[in-house]
Design a protein around this ligand. Structure first.
Ligand SMILES: Cc1cc2nc3c(=O)[nH]c(=O)nc-3n(C[C@H](O)[C@H](O)[C@H](O)COP(=O)(O)O)c2cc1C
Length: 172
């Protein structure tokens, strides 16, 4: 199973990078073939969804062979980051039928739940299949220790559950 992880913000000082690295570690430990796709590497002005630009082709090389995707999405103003949408909008047909799991991130108590719901609608518009499961990384500023290890180990089970849901959907 190949399930890349999209790090959905380019923000300087982003906490979501810690979440992405943590989820990457959990996926690897489960034997999932994965890598982090960083939206910082796909910021362009030539956005179109025909997949013809060099940046789009570079993204397609990672998306096409994927069985599914995990997206790490910090909530910005009850929505998802613009740069995440700009990256996703580089492609369209390449996403068809791929299951996708979303991890919300926020420094508030609901872990980006509103943004996750909004993102799911956009993902459906891209012909992806968002799974029902999600993980909400709440109060993210206090979630990782000085070594960037997650302090609350109950997240392991939640992340494994999300990956399992994506794998199950990919096998259907
Ligand atoms: C533009 C912007 C908008 C934000 N909007 C929200 C919000 O709607 N809800 C929320 O809980 N936190 C919000 N926050 C705070 C984020 O939860 C916090 O910055 C968190 O660390 C986001 O992940 P990041 O560090 O990877 O950007 C916002 C932060 C930014 C930069």
């Amino acid at each position: 199973m190949r399930i890349p992880i999209i790090l959905g913000t380019a923000r300087e000082g982003r906490q979501s990078e810690k979440v992405a690295i943590y989820v990457f570690g959990v996926a690897k430990a489960k034997g999932i073939e994965t890598e982090i796709i960083d939206v910082r590497d796909y910021r362009v002005l030539e956005t179109d969804n025909t997949g013809t630009s060099a940046t789009a082709k570079a993204l397609a090389e990672k998306i096409v062979p994927a069985d599914g995707l995990i997206i790490i999405m910090p909530e910005y103003n009850h929505g998802y980051p613009g740069e995440l949408k700009m990256t996703l909008d580089l492609l369209f047909k390449e996403y068809t039928g791929k299951p996708v799991g979303v991890c919300g991130v926020s420094n508030g108590p609901v872990g980006g739940a509103r943004g996750v719901q909004a993102l799911r609608l956009a993902l459906i518009g891209m012909m992806m299949h968002p799974v029902r499961e999600a993980v909400y990384f709440a109060n993210v500023n206090d979630l990782f220790d000085a070594h960037d290890d997650v302090k609350n180990k109950s997240y392991d089970k939640l992340v494994i559950g999300l990956i399992d849901a994506v794998v199950k959907a990919a096998r259907k």
